[in-house]
Design a protein around this ligand. Structure first.
Ligand code: FES
Ligand code: FES
Length: 158
């Protein structure tokens, strides 16, 4: 077993894991942060997307031991003071989901796109979300949600 220290959703955690455990396994199995989903075994679907040190990362592709010392945000840590994040509100308002399986990863990727100034128009959003697969929605409402969420995030930060 290896010992690692992570700051997860603002809280420092010391964890013990196998050297070959992935970050998503540790988040889900040890910390019960099951909002981060596993939808494939080929690094294609993006359902496992989280933020590691401020960047969107597919948590199924990262060994937990490689994340030692990192600051991690999962979908559970996005809301502040019990209030949903503007991107979460926009997905709800724009019906940017159906079954919801892809939604946590979509939202984490969308927030990262906005933070990096890359959610400027529908084409840029489609390109930015190309690593996240949705089998239900046809993407139209997801793109609308990200546009609305981006505008609300910018309003909130100004
Ligand atoms: S579970 Fe990570 S990309 Fe599909
Ligand atoms: S809402 Fe079902 S996979 Fe996207």
């Amino acid at each position: 077993m290896e010992t690692i220290e992570l700051k997860i959703n603002g809280r420092k955690r010391t964890l013990h894991c196998l050297p070959n455990a992935t970050l998503v396994e540790v988040l889900r199995d040890q910390l019960h942060l099951t909002g981060t989903h596993i939808g494939c075994d080929t690094t294609q679907c993006g359902a496992c997307t989280i933020h590691v040190d401020g960047d969107a990362v597919k948590a199924c592709t990262v060994l937990a031991v490689r994340s030692d010392g990192s600051e991690i945000t999962t979908i559970e840590g996005l809301a502040e003071n019990e209030a949903s994040h503007p991107m979460q509100k926009a997905f709800k308002a724009c019906h940017g989901l159906q079954c919801g399986f892809c939604t946590p990863g979509m939202i984490m990727s969308a927030v990262d796109l906005v933070n990096k100034g890359c959610a400027v128009d529908p084409a840029a959003i489609r390109e930015g979300l190309s690593g996240n697969i949705c089998r239900c929605t046809g993407y139209q409402n997801i793109v609308a949600a990200v546009l609305q969420g981006a505008s609300e995030m910018q309003e909130q930060s100004s």
